[in-house]
Design a protein around this ligand. Structure first.
Ligand code: HAM
Length: 433
């Protein structure tokens, strides 16, 4: 059997690859209005970055990372040897840790500077069980704003995300935005203990995984997909009842700004997100139906301690990422038509082989003038060349034969009206515009 793409990966065939480019262009345009500029970081980083940044107890780090080593190091490991910790690499499961590492490494936010507003787009890798809307390699578009802790940054990013969905074609009524605050170092530890105590009281009703996680981070239990755990955690203490004054004010200010911008949201005190770096604001956009359990089309939050976790100086941050493939499913569910990759302004057809070299030159000249032009490479009959022109969706066909050539002309056919006219070779590209 021919070799297939690895499980959980998906080829973006031409129409979809074209749409991915348009999708990125739309994000660049929308996010650009808010001052975001591109950054590209490596697809693999030191494993240690993700362990420290995202958190050892998270599913993403404990179970889902694709770890990469060079061939030489793999040999060493297989022979029972050891390798340097900096040689342990992992494919990025998300973009935030890498961007924050780059900001720290290149000092992109010197003290007192305006925040760095960065955006990225590209593949992420998580060894999850593949299902609809869940892949092992998927594409994200994300933004990170580093250097400001004010609630306007949070609100601005959330507004921008929701504007993007609308601009790209996901109807606002098809999405729901959830928001929460995860507190900070001064209020979360006490809250965490309250949740731990609550979980211990309900230990017999919770799954084993939740109870094991309770040891390291009890808040992960809010994320458990088990229905019974979900029901039990419904009764757990709510973070929003235990925020310190600063966090309460910050959260209130974010919501007020969203209200002012007319952005609808639902407060969800159980929203903890699957990554450990979050502090204060967290948010997630979900589609109301059509995507089953993988219905989160984007999410993010504030991470004021992450820069320090990866060895930098204190630098507050906030960001989000949205999943391209899930957005595509949401667009399909909304009945959005995707443009076709193929566009063909002109097909140059040869009546016989004697004009092929001239046709080749003509095609080139029209391409140089900026048109999408094709010709046959396989010596097809004139009839087959017309079939091909039709298949490519050519709007016009230039027919070139010895008779036309003798007059320094081509016969130009409009494929919609079937009208034909003789056009001088020199004025062909002008005729196309
Ligand atoms: P995340 O919620 O893990 O956040 O992922 C963001 C989005 O990526 C999800 O809402 C979903 O649309 C998509 N996604 C995640 N996993 C998969 C998968 N296996 N298959 C298909 N799509 C998937 C982050 O990654 C954070 N880095 C976001 C962030 C940026 N927080 C702060 N800054």
């Amino acid at each position: 059997m021919a070799i297939q793409a690895p499980e959980g990966t998906k080829d973006l065939l031409p129409d979809e690859a074209l749409f991915w480019n348009q999708f990125k262009a739309c994000a660049t345009e929308v996010f650009g209005c808010y001052g975001y500029v591109p950054i590209e970081t490596p697809i693999f980083e030191q494993t240690e970055l993700f362990v420290r940044g995202i958190g050892e107890a998270t599913d993403v780090v404990s179970k889902e990372m694709f770890t990469a080593v060079s061939g030489e190091n793999l040999k060493r490991l297989l022979e029972g040897g050891s390798i340097k910790s900096k040689s342990r690499l992992s494919m990025r499961p998300e973009g935030t840790a890498g961007v924050v590492r780059a900001v720290v490494q290149h000092d992109l936010v010197p003290q007192g500077a305006a925040p760095a507003k960065l955006m990225y787009a590209g593949p992420m890798f998580r060894a999850e069980r593949p299902q609809k809307g869940r892949q092992r390699q998927f594409n994200q578009i994300g933004i990170e704003c580093l250097g400001a802790e004010e609630p306007t940054v949070d609100a601005e990013a959330i507004i921008m995300l929701m504007r993007f969905y609308e601009k790209v074609g996901i109807p606002p009524e098809a999405t729901r935005l959830y928001v929460n605050s995860m507190g900070c170092d001064s209020c979360r530890p006490a809250y965490r203990e309250l949740v731990r105590a609550y979980m211990n009281e309900h230990a017999h009703e919770l799954c084993e995984t939740c109870m094991t996680r309770a040891e390291i981070n009890p808040l992960r239990a809010f994320d458990c997909k088990n229905d019974k755990c979900d029901e039990v955690m419904e009764g757990a203490p709510k973070i929003t009842d235990h925020l310190c004054d600063d966090c309460r004010e910050h959260y209130a200010a974010v919501r007020e700004l969203l209200d002012g911008a007319g952005v609808a949201y639902v407060e969800n005190p159980k929203l903890v997100r699957g990554l450990d770096y979050y502090t204060r604001t967290v948010f997630e956009a979900q589609v109301v139906d059509g995507l089953g359990s993988q219905n989160a089309i984007g999410g993010g939050g504030r991470y004021d301690k992450l820069a320090e976790e990866v060895g930098g100086r204190p630098t507050p941050g906030l960001g989000f990422a949205l999943g391209y493939e899930r957005c595509m499913l949401a667009l399909q569910a909304a009945g959005v038509e995707f443009p076709k990759a193929a566009r063909c302004d002109l097909f140059v057809a040869c009546v016989d082989d004697s004009v092929r070299a001239r046709a080749f030159g003509l095609v080139q000249a029209c391409r140089d003038a900026g048109f999408v032009v094709e010709m046959d490479h396989q010596k097809r009959s004139l009839k087959s060349q017309f079939k091909l022109a039709d298949k490519l969706g050519a709007t016009r066909v230039a027919i070139l034969g010895p008779d036309e050539l003798a007059q320094g002309c081509v016969k130009l056919r409009d494929m919609a009206t079937r009208e034909e006219e003789l056009v001088e070779l020199e004025s062909l590209s002008a005729k196309l515009s």
